[in-house]
Design a protein around this ligand. Structure first.
Ligand code: PBG
Length: 326
């Protein structure tokens, strides 16, 4: 059967029909909203390269949680700026560290909001690297203990899901063992299994002042040219006990999301990262793009590629726009 009997335009004639045959759904139920938390009182500083995204103090989180919950966004992921940075990033696993305080404040405001924490060293270390540094090298196995301690401290504060993001070999296994030993067997691991050494993280590093003091992250994050290696990374993390897998960034890596979706049956998350957000915001501010349409198209594309979950700074705006079109 072919034209003129077959006419694909028939199914596009009305909005109702288009909605009925739409293959991909987008709703706030898939979103995770990232929050940046700082010490202090009544702090709300906009991140210059990320308009609409703020560093906030713990005392402002109850209000933020109410807004997020009203928009029916089910989850947040937390990033913290410590009071001091040091070689081991001590505040990262301190009982009263910035993230531990933030988790408690969020859970107090709404126990049902899912709290995911980023487990990595780079925001806490004075050298800005994701592991213990010795003579200019990132030590892999020595770093695993610290990651386990960080995950346990987040679980103890009330986190639901921990998300190791350092691309340290063995991180999922080490964290699973540490959590289980501390009797946090029910805490799940969302592994940043496939994280590329991407320049799209630039605005995020400005937000948390985590740019490496020397060198770069190419000895642990993946080469953007590789995709078979991504499947090996994913397989290892599955074998080590990851509950969910993440691909990061999202937009330049939709093919990777699709390959991982095809191969694995775990839930897949995609991180629509800071630089991807900044590009759209900058073009929209110039009047060069229709922000609402471009954001919804972008998030739909990430879903179409195969992501179940999208971590995105657009979450609140997108949730508002989706509610308005319901
Ligand atoms: C590491 C981490 C980074 C991001 C999330 N977790 C930065 C990095 O790897 O340098 C980037 C997120 C973004 O760009 O939005 N803790």
């Amino acid at each position: 059967m072919t034209f003129p009997t077959v006419r694909l335009r028939r199914l596009r004639t009305t909005p109702t029909l288009r909605a009925m045959v739409r293959e991909t759904t987008l709703s706030p139920a898939h979103f995770v909203y990232p929050l940046f938390v700082v010490h202090g009182r009544d702090v709300q500083e906009e991140i210059p390269s990320m308009p609409g995204v703020y560093r906030q103090s713990v005392d402002r989180l109850a209000r933020e949680v109410e807004e997020i919950s009203d928009l029916r966004i089910p989850a947040v992921i937390l990033f913290g700026l410590p009071a001091h940075k040091d070689p081991l990033g001590e505040e990262n696993f301190a009982a009263n560290g910035i993230i531990q305080q933030a988790i408690r404040a969020i859970k107090q405001a709404n126990p049902d909001l899912l709290v995911i924490t980023d487990v990595c060293m780079c925001e806490y270390t004075d050298h800005g690297h994701c592991g213990i540094v010795h003579e200019g090298q990132i030590l892999n196995d020595e770093t695993l203990d610290i990651l386990g301690k960080v995950a346990v401290s987040h679980a103890a504060a009330g986190a639901d899901v921990v998300a190791p993001s350092g691309m340290i070999d063995g991180m999922v296994r080490a964290i699973r063992q540490a959590l289980d030993r501390a009797d946090f067997k029910q805490i799940s691991i969302l592994s940043y299994a496939i994280k590329y050494a991407s320049s799209f993280y630039g605005p995020f590093r400005e937000a948390v002042q985590s740019a490496p003091a020397f060198g770069d992250r190419r000895t642990h994050q993946m080469d953007p040219a590789n995709v078979r290696e991504a499947l090996r990374e994913a397989q290892l993390d599955v074998d080590e006990g990851a509950d969910m897998l993440m691909v990061k960034p999202a937009l330049a890596y939709l093919d990777v999301i699709q390959r991982v979706r095809d191969r694995f049956d775990l839930p897949i998350a995609a991180y629509n990262v800071s630089g991807e957000y900044s590009m759209i915001k900058a073009a929209a501010a110039q009047g060069w793009l229709d922000e609402r349409r471009v954001v919804l198209e972008t998030l739909t594309a990430i879903r179409r590629a195969g992501a179940d979950i999208i971590l995105t700074y657009h979450a609140k705006d997108a949730a508002r726009w989706l509610m308005a079109t319901e």
